[in-house]
Write a protein of this length. Structure first.
Lengths: 294, 469
């Protein structure tokens, strides 16, 4: 084949430009630390990454949802725990009041404490997370029970509804994150009011009242047990979500991130190639017969 | 017997031939870097010998040569290679254009970077979940409205950029048509010049080079059929219609189609058959490829908006009223016109998160809307919004990849042919330098012959017949 200077020149330019192009791609991968910088870099992988990234965002959202549910459950647990303690104290007071030697004024003193405990219980039923009452069902804007006026144990009727607030904690998995006040606190308030009425009348608590108090305590304990069971389930779900989060991140990283060791060694290899090409072409292009002729 | 002066003429012809060769070599050297230039060679033939056989022949022992004649100056060119190259240039023009233009589409869908539509979509669904978790929170509702506005804005900007890219293709169609007319006119005018030169029997080498260069340029835009004529002119046919016929060029104009886009049309009527080339590619991108992407964006925007609206309207807002449409859009132009309903955007309490009135803690409807994330709304119930979007991104990616690969491959084919052409027609400075020495020596030798003749004649004229003087 006949070779002309123009051909050498064109070929040198084209080869240098090919080298430079490869060098710039390596450089881009090193500086972005990504293998995928645009859809055409690997269309199938980019397609997967778009889906996986949405999956990751979804998992992260479920984790946030679970955190919120867990805040609500832990507030409910604390409230129900101290409500249980209050009821224990009420039972002790009721047993004390059943003692036949007590006078009416003694029983009135006990009634004072029962009323205070009732008020505290009503406060606990009105526990809020953020702006929302957690024991009012969907009526998160209203306290479930009114706090009784002094000298009374009347908390009024349940102000909330039976709404179960569902937390989204995994794809297609919801879990009720609240228990309603009428179920957890209702029996206790009924018994408390009954007890208060009897004490104010100066009589010993009736057997029905004692049974009612036991039922009230049992409802609080049962509520707390439900909350605890849900918190456990939530924890299991959370750790599952965290595992998927890590796995998804790894999948995305495997598809999207550049293998830095490989890319950097590729970069330096291409640099060397480019320099060699520059030097060789520089030397060859300088020469011509004209240089030798006198 | 020949005259004593006979040899002088022979040597003179050698001087002239060497000088012509040196002139042509100088011309080659001067044009070593001229694009499209073909090296030229002086074709020499031995002069007509003396004398012809005849009745009263001169009585010489045989024919004697009369020197050298410059027959013609020819360019070294392979016409077959030109034809091949023109064909491949059209394909290269086509793929390179496609690759360059699709690379712009990729910047409109900047995946997998987090500034793309995909992440806006994820954030949008997440914002609905936040509202579902805490429906009474104004902050969550406001955040949702902001994310929804971001999503609508990403749709709008992607659609807007695609539309302006489509407009750009239309502009390019006009530009390419103008180039075709310009090139055709210049080819016709070169035809005229070449015809004038060819009539005298000379070789219009440099003019032919220029014409070949223009034909190569033209073939990147349109596939052309070049038909050389006996008078040195070429006819250029496009899809069977003569664009250039001898000294005349037929004008190409544009006629608007149904949407006002320019369609290349012959001035004499009828659409131009575009075949492969840049012009055909701009038309295809404008009429098929880019509108296809835009239609998918519209489908996605409409699908999401309709599904969200449907659920939102069956929900209940904070005041207990039924939900309004969450998104608004113009039918047929969904992606570009997508917006959050102004009434909802202005008032976060209008987000219908609840399933019934008087349930401020109920985010059930917001949750149902958030669950649309995995609802199979697209591809006849096979794809979620993200699947559909990822499919679009994948398609743009593989289209771009294919175009870039084809452009690279086609570039190699064209490079190879250009190398072959260079190998045949390119000027080699080494060759010219060597030739220069050869021609210089030939000139010197001829001059020496004249000197020898001169001395011989001097001997005869000035020093003969002087015996004894």
């Amino acid at each position: 084949m006949r070779i002309t200077e123009g051909m050498l020149h064109d070929r040198a330019l084209r080869d240098l430009s090919t080298n430079l192009d490869a060098l710039s791609r390596s450089q881009e991968q090193v500086s972005t630390t990504r293998r995928l910088n645009r859809p055409s870099d690997d269309p199938a992988a980019v397609r997967s990454v778009v889906n996986l990234k949405d999956g990751l965002a979804e998992i992260e959202q479920y984790l946030r949802n679970a955190d919120a549910a867990s805040r609500g459950l832990s507030a409910a647990d604390t409230a129900l725990g101290s409500a249980g303690d209050d009821m224990q104290r009420v039972r002790e007071l009721a047993l004390q009041a059943a003692n036949g030697t007590l006078t009416a004024s003694d029983r009135a003193t006990i009634a004072d404490e029962v009323e205070q405990l009732t008020a505290h219980l009503a406060q606990l039923a009105g526990t809020k997370v953020g702006d929302a009452y957690i024991f009012s069902g969907f009526r998160t804007d209203r306290a479930p029970y009114t706090i009784p006026a002094s000298g009374s144990a009347a908390v009024g009727g349940y102000q909330g509804d039976g709404g179960a607030i569902l937390g989204r904690i995994a794809p297609n998995v919801t879990m009720p994150t609240n228990i309603t006040g009428d179920v957890a606190f209702g029996p206790a308030f009924a018994a408390l009011q009954q007890l208060d009425t009897e004490l104010r009348a100066g009589t010993a608590p009736s057997a029905a009242t004692m049974t009612g108090l036991d039922a009230g305590l049992a409802a609080l304990v049962a509520g707390r047990a439900t909350v605890g069971a849900r918190a456990n389930r939530l924890e299991v779900t959370q750790s599952g979500l965290q595992d998927s989060e890590v796995a998804t991140k790894k999948l995305i990283s495997d598809l999207q991130d550049a293998d830095m060791t490989e890319v950097i060694s590729e970069l330096s290899q291409r640099q060397t190639t480019y320099q060699a090409a520059l030097q060789v072409n520089g030397r060859i292009l300088q020469q011509s017969l004209i240089d030798v002729l006198r | 017997m020949t005259s004593a002066w006979f040899g002088l003429n022979t040597a003179l012809s050698a001087l002239r031939a060497a000088q012509t060769q040196l002139d042509v070599s100088a011309h080659n050297t001067a044009n070593a870097n001229t694009p499209g230039y073909s090296r030229q060679r002086v074709e020499l033939i031995a002069g007509e010998p003396y004398s012809y056989p005849a009745f009263n022949r001169s009585g010489l022992p045989g024919q004697i040569g009369t020197g050298v004649t410059v027959a013609q100056i020819q360019r070294v060119r392979d016409a077959f290679l030109d034809g091949q190259l023109r064909e491949q240039l059209g394909l290269q023009g086509q793929w390179q254009t496609r690759s360059d233009e699709l690379a712009k589409v990729e910047t409109i869908l900047p995946e997998p970077a987090s500034s793309g539509l995909g992440s806006a979509l994820s954030t949008f669904w997440n914002a609905w979940q936040d509202v579902a978790t805490d429906p009474s929170s104004t902050a969550a509702r406001t955040a949702l409205l902001e994310q929804a506005a971001t999503l609508a804005q990403r749709f709008g900007s992607a659609a807007g950029q695609l539309k302006s890219l489509i407009g750009g293709q239309d502009y390019q169609v006009g530009q390419q048509v103008a180039s075709v007319n310009d090139l055709a006119a210049r080819i016709a005018s070169l035809n005229a010049q070449i015809q004038r030169v060819a009539v005298t029997g000379d070789q219009p080498n440099d003019l032919a080079d220029q014409r070949d260069q223009l034909l190569a340029q033209l073939s990147t835009i349109l596939p052309v059929d070049v038909q050389p004529q006996a008078d040195g002119t070429v006819n250029v046919l496009v899809g069977g219609t003569d664009l250039v016929s001898g000294l005349r060029a037929r004008a190409v104009t544009t006629a608007p189609d149904a949407v006002g886009h320019a369609v290349p049309t012959w001035s004499s009527g009828g659409a131009v058959e575009l075949g492969d080339g840049r012009l055909a590619q701009y038309v295809a991108l404008r009429d098929t490829v880019l509108p296809g992407y835009l239609a998918q964006l519209n489908t996605l925007a409409k699908g999401i908006a309709d599904a969200v609206n449907g659920l939102h309207q069956s929900g209940v807002d904070e005041s207990g009223a039924a939900g309004l449409a969450f998104f608004t859009y113009a039918t047929g132009d969904e992606a570009a016109s997508l917006a959050v309903n102004a009434a909802v955007a202005a008032d976060p309490t209008k987000v219908a998160a609840a399933t019934a009135a008087n349930q401020p803690g109920d985010g059930g409807q917001a949750g149902a809307i958030a669950d649309l994330r995995s609802a199979l709304l697209f591809g006849s119930g096979t794809q979620s919004a993200t699947d559909f979007y990822a499919g679009l991104v994948g398609r743009v990616g593989s289209d771009t990849r294919q175009a870039a690969d084809m452009a690279t491959n086609q570039g190699l084919v064209v490079d190879h042919l250009q190398q072959l052409q260079q190998s045949t027609s390119g000027v080699s400075l080494d060759e010219e330098a060597a030739d220069m020495i050869r021609f210089q020596h030939a000139y010197q030798a001829a001059a020496r012959v004249i000197t020898a003749m001169d001395e011989m004649l001097d001997q005869l004229v000035n020093r003969t017949g002087l015996v004894g003087r």
